[in-house]
Design a protein around this ligand. Structure first.
Ligand code: COA
Ligand code: AMP
Length: 270
């Protein structure tokens, strides 16, 4: 791609003041029209019809683009929410995150981490030791943005994910987001489960152990969800961290490995 002709294109759809869906790509200028069409179709594909769809097209110009390899993926087949959260907590602890920080976070995500028990519009930033929240605005949080797969990497990864039974578009989108986040300066790990009442899966991701997916991290029909970025506040430069996540473009140019699903005990004994 000619660097001068690369664009970030982002879509957000809402009804009233409720966000319905969002998606983004990084593409060359010859794909702009087709991508707008795909994103509008995507905006209209949810159960709730959007009242407003905003498409933003921004030339990246001379901004350097980081080229990354996707995190390795494995599903830990914990059979229910309690087993999923317990395995996720054990993995987070193995990465050096304190029990206090993990328990506090699970509590926040379960009850709605924004004021009045609502979902946040982005992720919490949490100190891995004390559990203290560091994001400047606890209603908004921080959103990772300006990331995408190259067509070739997406094609390769879609096939690899399908081979281990993962065909939902959310998986490759979440994997792209988690790959960008895992390369943030100062990140230790990310924990996520969706706010979509019909989507119970979630993940723990980290630069050290990759992307660990759990089919059930919340109950069916629960509209609460969120994301957490665990950091070490003693070494973190929070401005640099937030700037990277929001604004620095990332293209994923290669797929990682995809392991067959394992049960929790297998995961911890390998
Ligand atoms: N939840 C609630 N509101 C949201 C939102 C979300 N997830 N994303 C955007 N909005 C609304 C907010 O009101 C926001 O204002 P704020 O910054 O005060 O919160 C406003 O839209 C503008 O958001 P902004 O991020 O500046 O818009 P954008 O058009 O540049 O990008 C997205 C929108 C949704 C594409 C981008 O924020 C994003 O999340 N990209 C990643 C998408 C993705 O692949 N997700 C993977 C999920 S598995
Ligand atoms: P989703 O995976 O889209 O269901 O989002 C789950 C939760 O993650 C949302 O409720 C937000 O709190 C948060 N979130 C949404 N988009 C982003 C983003 N781009 N970066 C970080 N957190 C996000």
């Amino acid at each position: 791609m000619d660097h001068d002709l690369i664009y970030s294109i982002r879509m957000r759809a809402s009804a009233g003041n409720r966000h319905i869906s969002g998606a983004e790509r990084i593409i060359s200028s010859n794909k702009l029209e087709a991508t707008v069409q795909t994103l509008v179709t995507r905006a209209r594909s949810r159960k709730t019809a959007p009242e407003q769809v905003v498409i933003t097209i921004e030339r990246l110009g001379n901004l350097p683009i980081s080229r990354l390899t996707a995190l390795d993926v494995v599903t830990v087949n914990a059979p229910d929410m309690a087993a999923g959260r317990s395995a996720a907590s054990r993995i987070l602890q193995s990465l050096g995150i304190s029990e206090k920080s993990i328990m506090g976070t699970l509590n926040l995500l379960s009850n709605g981490a924004a004021p009045f028990g609502l979902n946040m519009r982005g992720a919490m930033i949490i100190d891995a030791v004390s559990g203290e929240r560091l994001e400047p605005d606890p209603e908004r949080g921080i959103r990772a943005s300006r990331f995408d797969w190259t067509d070739e990497a997406l094609d390769t990864m879609t096939k690899k994910l399908a081979a281990i039974g993962l065909t939902h578009f959310r998986t490759h989108e979440a994997l792209a987001l988690a790959t960008k986040v895992a390369h943030a300066p100062g990140i230790i790990a990310e924990l996520c489960w969706s706010d979509d009442p019909d989507y119970t899966a979630g993940y723990v991701a980290s630069p050290r152990i990759g992307y660990i997916r759990f089919p059930i991290l919340k109950l069916q029909d629960d509209p609460r969800g969120g994301r957490v970025f665990f950091v070490d506040r003693n070494t973190l430069n929070i401005e640099v961290f937030i700037h990277y996540l929001q604004f620095e473009p990332v293209l994923i140019v290669d797929g990682g490995t995809c392991r067959n699903p394992v049960d929790p005990e297998q995961y911890f004994t390998v």
